[in-house]
Design a protein around this ligand. Structure first.
Ligand code: PLP
Length: 466
């Protein structure tokens, strides 16, 4: 399988190349040249597999020649062996129609572990084949940073520099990053917002003074390997609910459009997905785009679901590319317009294509709080505010009563204890595996919110690419 850029002019790469590259050199995102498709019989044959086996089966067509099937299975077995639940992503029933898929049993308590634990192993595997070093630079509003750090801490040939906005991530989120003391992990607290941090990271990807010396890699969901790993749990849930014979709908708490795009990929591969409900909080650019075709950037409003406080959803470009006939030149033009004006209109093909599979809903603060209370009072389940956006959307989407609706539970409630306690009167406790988080030593460097300070810091510590 090879990978092409959504903007049409970067060279095609194999899976190994796309994984190490992150962003394409023309500013686009890598997507597989075509969607592999499973027959109904092949999907039926996946029922009852362990999560690690299912992961290898679903991902094998994307990985192509970059890994043997046996090696891929070894890596999925290692990655998912680190989860605290044997089912890896257990599915729970809430009522006749509603289900939640718990994606937070990994080391850092959010769904990002599902992909990043595996991505860390892919990096190590591919880098060990040559004399290359990789320098990962990322910005986080909370969950990506800790999951990425956990995934690469102590791994050979990788350094990670993770920027977070000083004072603007929760204590649990900060400590999950700063208490990792491995020498290849560098936490940077910058003065400024998440958007400022993100802008510095983007600038570094395009700074030839840096990219000539260092191989700068990405761990956010612009990296195709992350989305690929997330396709697996759509199969896992649907198989348990009767696929391929029965259709299943999913409701997905959405920020950067990565997780829900993985659901779109599952549908292209033949999984019977009835609907994908894109759930947003009041930062609702995607809800507006999908309901009226207007993709225009607003200002970010902080909410109780901070990992969805996003106004530009990078992975939406992958969907628009696929629905717009995979025309890289047209996509480059459309994105250039968006970058200049912070707004764009979807084409008719893009709108109609999206409407066939996607639906959307937005939850405000009260609706989130109500939904957390509903799950507790009616089902005895504590859910976090991100999951609550998803469940709110699932319950109001008007999906046919015969179709089960699976809400992706993207974070453990103990990651956001205040919001959960406010709604239910119960404070969720941290699982035993992270229980001593508040007793551990922290390591973090505070830098001014200036690009040069960050670039100098990275250049002083990173290993050159060869
Ligand atoms: C990252 C994150 C999201 C949003 O996922 P995207 O792939 O960016 O759409 C939702 N919930 C939680 C808890 C997250 O950490």
């Amino acid at each position: 399988m090879d990978y092409i850029s959504t903007r049409g002019s970067a060279p095609a790469l194999d899976f190994e190349g796309a994984t190490l590259a992150g962003l394409a050199s023309d500013g686009g995102l890598y997507v597989p040249r075509e969607w592999p498709r499973f027959s109904k019989d092949e999907i039926a044959g996946m029922a009852g597999l362990s999560y690690a086996e299912l992961a290898a089966r679903v991902m094998a067509p994307f990985v192509g020649q970059s890994l043997t099937y046996e090696r891929l299975l070894e890596l999925t077995t290692e990655a998912y062996g680190r989860f605290a639940h044997k089912a890896v992503t257990p599915l729970k029933q809430l009522d006749e129609q509603q289900w939640v898929l718990e994606l937070f049993h990994g080391p850092t308590l959010a769904f990002k572990d599902v992909a990043l634990q595996l991505l860390g192993l892919f990096f190590e595997e591919f880098l060990s084949r040559s004399d290359r070093n990789l320098t990962i630079v990322g910005a986080t509003s909370g969950d990506t940073g800790s999951a990425a750090i956990d995934a690469v801490a102590g791994r050979a040939k990788v350094d990670i520099f993770m920027l977070h906005p000083h004072g603007r991530v929760s204590d649990v989120q900060r400590r999950q990053m700063t208490t990792v003391l491995a020498p290849n992990v560098h936490n940077i607290a910058i003065d400024g917002s998440f958007d400022d941090a993100q802008a510095m990271v983007k600038r570094m990807f395009n700074d030839t003074a840096m990219t000539d010396r260092f191989a700068i890699g990405a761990v956010n969901s612009i990296n195709w390997a992350r989305l690929m790993a997330q396709v697996v749990y759509y199969f896992a849930a649907a198989l348990q609910l009767g696929a391929p014979e029965r259709e299943v709908a999913f409701s997905v708490p959405t920020g950067n459009f990565g997780d829900v795009f993985a659901g779109y990929v599952a549908a292209q591969m033949g999984l019977p997905v009835a609907k994908l409900v894109v759930a947003t909080n009041v930062n609702d650019i995607l809800h507006r785009a999908l309901s009226s075709g207007d993709y225009s950037q607003g200002t970010v409003t902080p909410t109780a679901a901070p990992s969805m406080d996003i106004q530009v959803s990078s992975n939406f470009e992958r969907l628009l590319f696929d629905l717009g006939g995979r025309d890289g030149a047209a996509m480059a033009e459309q994105m250039k317009g968006f970058e200049a004006t912070k707004a764009m209109q979807l084409s008719n093909a893009q709108r109609e294509g999206a409407a066939a599979l996607f639906q959307s809903a937005r939850a405000d603060q009260d609706e989130m709080a109500e939904t957390i209370r509903w799950a507790w009072e009616n089902c005895g389940e504590l859910i976090d505010p991100h999951t609550a956006c998803g469940l709110f959307a699932a319950r109001t989407a008007g999906i046919d009563a015969k179709t089960p609706v699976v809400t992706l539970a993207t974070a453990h409630p103990a990651k956001f204890p205040e919001a959960v306690e406010r709604s239910t009167g119960h404070r969720p406790s941290l699982p035993a595996r992270v229980g001593d988080l508040f007793d551990r030593e922290e390591k973090c460097t505070k830098l001014a919110g200036e690009y040069d300070a960050v670039a100098e810091f990275v250049a002083g510590l990173a290993a050159p690419k060869v």
